[in-house]
Design a protein around this ligand. Structure first.
Ligand code: FE
Length: 291
């Protein structure tokens, strides 16, 4: 017997938040929601046509114990890190960065004429991987397989699998699926989610409803957490529905969180902060280019 269709158990409207050096964004979930989204820690959506809302960017800052996933919908972000990576990512591009034992990086939006918009998702690392060697994956829009279903939905696979197509981000400890799904007006879409895994969706554009849930359509900017079960069934409203769909294997481990550092115990946080103070935070480094 297959697992029942999942229902929405909580809705998160997104809270206006000032982050980095003064970027106005909307925070879907974060520290207060632990462990609801385990293994996911945070989802931020940035989006504005006013450069004053984003140009301050995210100057050099550390991370330890997590993976940060940046997905750009519109606009451009320049980045650099202590592994020596640098570049500019644009629409449809993804950075999947494993901070492991420690990375210091910056993410600086570039001034654009139109909209600057995208997401940052934080994915937790299991305790045994928190002090692993940092790694950076930079992927461009053309790296992601896109699929169309018989019902006219379009699915971009960033991580995990959909319909036998596997996304390019592989080997992540919590086995994530990260999809960008567009369903035409009135269309339906079934997404298989592994039983026991955490699953959530975020409305990018338009609106849609989920089977088994009678709390009204999910709209742009809203995040919904699904309860236990198997697949999720979405139906698009009159203007279609574009959403992120994310699932992952929960870790069920203690979370000790201080700003951009997420470990398992308070003493690990103290160690991290002491290492930052003493210039010993970075265990794996390639020089940052100076020019
Ligand atoms: Fe960061």
């Amino acid at each position: 017997m297959s697992d029942p269709v999942r229902s929405v158990v909580r809705r998160f409207p997104g809270v206006p938040t000032l982050e980095g050096a003064g970027v106005r964004l909307r925070r879907s979930f974060s520290n207060p929601e632990v462990p609801l989204f385990d293994p996911f820690l945070l989802l931020d959506r940035f989006g504005s046509t006013d450069p004053a809302d984003y140009m301050a960017g995210f100057p050099w800052h550390p991370h330890r114990g997590i993976e940060t996933v940046t997905y750009v919908l519109d606009g451009r972000v320049a980045h650099g890190d202590t592994l020596g990576n640098e570049g500019v990512i644009g629409p449809g591009d993804v950075q999947w960065m494993n901070s492991g034992s420690g990375i210091i990086h910056q993410e600086m939006p570039q001034r654009t004429e139109g909209l600057f918009e995208g997401f940052q998702l934080w994915v937790n690392l299991p305790a045994k991987e928190k002090m692993s060697t940092p790694a950076y994956r930079g992927l461009t829009a053309t790296d992601f397989p896109a699929q169309s279903t018989d019902a006219g939905a379009r699915v971009t696979v960033i991580a995990g699998k959909y319909g036998g197509v596997e996304g390019p981000v592989k080997g992540i400890p919590v086995d994530p699926t990260y999809l960008d799904v567009t369903i035409p007006a009135g269309g339906t879409f079934d997404l298989p989610a592994t039983a026991g895994y955490t699953a959530f969706a975020h409305g990018i554009e338009g609106s849609g409803t989920f089977e088994g849930t009678d709390s009204g359509p999910v709209v742009r900017g809203e995040t919904v957490l699904f309860g236990p079960g198997g697949a999720v069934r979405a139906r698009a409203g009159d203007s279609g529905f574009r959403s992120l769909f994310v699932t992952g294997r929960p870790l069920h481990e203690p979370v000790a969180w201080y700003g951009p550092i997420v470990m398992n115990t308070r003493s690990e946080l103290v160690t991290a902060l002491q290492e930052l103070d003493h210039g010993e935070f970075i265990h794996h480094r390639r020089p940052i280019r100076e020019d």
